[in-house]
Design a protein around this ligand. Structure first.
Ligand SMILES: N[C@@H](CCC(=O)N[C@@H](CS)C(=O)NCC(=O)O)C(=O)O
Length: 202
């Protein structure tokens, strides 16, 4: 291996795509390794924790868990706060996004009637509470911590993009409309030249 490899499913979504975006914005030349679902079961137990994304850096053991990968890229390339308290605040928000995924992801595999009921319950309670907490913690503008895009913003962007595309059945695309700071971070990342360049290639 001569350059970093980011390994994830072949889709521009979720934990894999936010890591690809971070590598791209950091200016790192990396191999974007995309795994077909049929090939995943044979690989799963060879990965550190049985899940992707995985970041492989030449000369080091493979790294897993999206937040650990993002924080490493961010620390090394000026996309994560140098101040340790502010960094911990960003990492808290990144965990908040993981909590959202942890609650919504199990509904993906539910049968239709159960999925509808579960997602309507999320729309009524969990999702607004999640967005309110996110809103309370966004202290900067246009990004989470201020004028500069950091890895936390990529995490927020991918989470918001998941829902507002209108492709998550039973969750309205307007779910986050009432949260101007959250939507502001989403828009600022979406309009960032480096992000636009990456999305244009996808
Ligand atoms: N905490 C891990 C969760 C990783 C995770 O659940 N990845 C999913 C894709 S987003 C996966 O690999 N699913 C396939 C599987 O678990 O077998 C992270 O943040 O990276």
């Amino acid at each position: 291996m001569s350059k970093p490899r980011l390994i994830y499913f072949d889709a521009p979504v979720s934990r894999g795509e936010e890591c690809r975006l971070a590598l791209h914005l950091a200016g790192i030349d990396f191999d974007d390794v995309r795994i077909k679902p049929a090939d995943w079961p044979a690989m799963k137990e060879q990965t550190p924790y049985g899940a992707m994304p995985i970041l492989e850096l030449p000369g080091h053991p493979p790294l897993a868990h999206s937040n650990a990968i993002l924080v490493l890229i961010g620390r090394r390339h000026g996309l994560h706060p140098a101040d340790d308290i502010e960094a911990a605040r960003h990492e808290g928000m990144m965990e908040h996004v993981e909590a959202l995924r942890g609650v919504v992801a199990p509904t993906i595999r539910m049968a239709e009637a159960e999925k509808k009921a579960a997602r309507e319950a999320l729309v009524a309670d969990f999702l607004p509470r999640w967005a309110q907490s996110a809103e309370r913690n966004i202290t900067g503008a246009p990004f989470f911590g201020g004028a500069k895009l950091q890895v936390v913003d990529l995490k927020i962007y991918m989470a918001v993009r998941w829902f507002i595309g209108g492709k998550v059945d039973h969750i309205p695309a307007t779910i986050f409309d009432a949260y101007p700071k959250l939507m502001g971070v989403y828009r600022a990342v979406h309009d960032h030249p480096g992000v636009k360049a990456w999305n244009a290639k996808a």
